[in-house]
Design a protein around this ligand. Structure first.
Ligand SMILES: [Fe+2]
Length: 427
């Protein structure tokens, strides 16, 4: 059988220090952090040879040493060592077992942190949805509840030691609700990032949740159409949604930031936005924050999810093509909140493995947690590695889905909707 990447199959006895080995054993059955790596020392060599496997794969192009000839290796193995396992040997075996257990527990903890964040997200999402259903009938009560919700939420944003997770959001909610949720979270993070006090950030986050409420007056059929596909009257109607939204809440006692965010979230710093073409300082901070959060969320989760940009592509677009439209300090806060490799980014590691960033700890922007592609491991059991704890491997580059093998993309793809949610607990 032909093996990919020039891989060759050899007997474990042929291995030596310097060989780039690829273990095909499930990650739970060996004590190494990664399944492919250069054998660094005699200890690792012995560990592999004692896994009890019939063969291993190695990559000649990445190896610093050649395998031993099969005949010689067999002879070396044939020479019996001490008949009783030495104390040193026994200690090594026990240490390996312990390392394996720690590693499995660690992966389970990382998986639990994501599951907890997912549960928390769903809880907040359900609470927001239930309050929103009463927005028209009882706007004051509804918004009071929602403000209490965002006040609670922003406490977790931007705290040192907080972790941002990528969630796969289920399709049970309408895309519009998930978009509003996404904008709320991002707006809250940006607001905290630029130094807003919690109460102000909560108001801005609420503005993020409510920014598009005017859509009900636009109507679904126009709303779902792409900009270029609207007739001129339809486009004019569409562009009224910020004003209609703000009108719906006029007279409701809310922090001014909520009104500003709804009314002006399509205004841009260079005056190119709508409805009034406001420019620069005339644009309130709440509207700048929510406008940016709305734009970023729409780029990574458009109506047609397949057309969504990778997080770093979206950031690059905001910085290049759309430069001048957004407040640089808000952009900086967005990047700080998402990390150098935002959750959802596909990456190639320095050991050649493919992965997707799943979480990022605020203190370690370049060393996030990554789920790794391994065809021999079921997707639900994919190995999660916190690169903050794996000094030997790092991210070589962020990659586009088209630049990676289809099988790796299908395995890792989060192409349900991408959502971010932070947790303040250390994971
Ligand atoms: Fe909008």
């Amino acid at each position: 059988m032909n093996l990919p990447n020039g891989l060759q199959r050899i007997h474990p006895s042929q291995l030596s220090v310097g060989i780039y080995v690829v273990l095909t054993e499930h990650w739970m059955r060996h004590p190494f952090l990664f399944s492919s790596f250069v054998i660094a020392n005699e200890k690792d060599l012995r560990t592999i040879q004692e896994l009890g496997v019939d063969s291993v794969l190695y990559r000649p192009d990445k190896s610093k040493a050649a395998p031993l000839p099969a005949s010689l290796a067999a002879a070396a193995v044939a020479v019996p060592e001490a008949s009783v396992e030495s104390a040193e040997h026994q200690a090594l075996r026990q240490a390996q077992e312990a390392a394996k257990r720690v590693r499995i527990e660690r992966v389970q903890a990382l998986r639990k942190a994501v599951a907890d964040a997912e549960k928390h997200y769903e809880k907040v999402s359900d609470a927001a949805k239930s309050s929103l259903t009463r927005l028209h009938a009882a706007p004051a009560e509804s918004t009071t509840e929602l403000l209490a919700l965002t006040e609670e939420l922003v406490k977790d944003f931007g705290a040192d030691g907080s972790t941002l997770h990528l969630l796969g959001v289920s399709k049970r909610d309408a895309a519009a609700h998930n978009h509003a949720m996404g904008v709320m979270v991002l707006a809250g993070m940006i607001a905290r990032g630029i130094g807003m006090a919690e109460a102000d950030a909560a108001a801005v986050a609420l503005g993020g949740l409510l920014h598009d409420i005017g859509r009900v007056k636009v109507g679904e059929s126009i709303w779902k159409r792409k900009e270029g596909e609207m007739t001129a009257p339809e486009a004019s109607k569409f562009k009224m949604h910020p004003a209609w939204g703000e009108e719906m809440l006029r007279g409701v006692p809310l922090p001014r930031q909520v009104h500003e965010a709804i009314l002006m979230h399509h205004e841009r710093m260079d005056g190119s936005g709508y409805l009034s073409g406001l420019r620069g300082d005339a644009l309130p901070l709440a509207a700048r924050v929510v406008g940016l959060a709305d734009r970023y969320e729409a780029l990574i989760n458009p109506f047609s999810l397949a057309a969504g940009l990778q997080p770093y592509q979206a950031l690059a677009k905001l910085y290049s093509e759309e430069q001048g439209k957004f407040d640089p300090s808000c952009l900086k806060a967005l990047i700080a909140a998402l990390g150098v490799y935002p959750p959802g980014t596909f990456v190639e590691l320095t050991n050649g493995q493919w992965g997707i960033v799943t979480s990022f700890d605020r203190g370690l922007p370049t060393r996030p947690t990554v789920a790794l592609y391994d065809p021999d491991v079921p997707r639900a059991e994919a190995l999660l590695v916190n690169l903050g704890e794996a000094e030997e491997v790092s991210i070589a580059r962020a990659v586009l889905p088209t630049a990676m093998p289809q099988a790796a993309f299908d395995y890792l793809s989060p192409r349900r909707r991408m959502a971010y949610f932070p947790s303040s607990r250390p994971t």
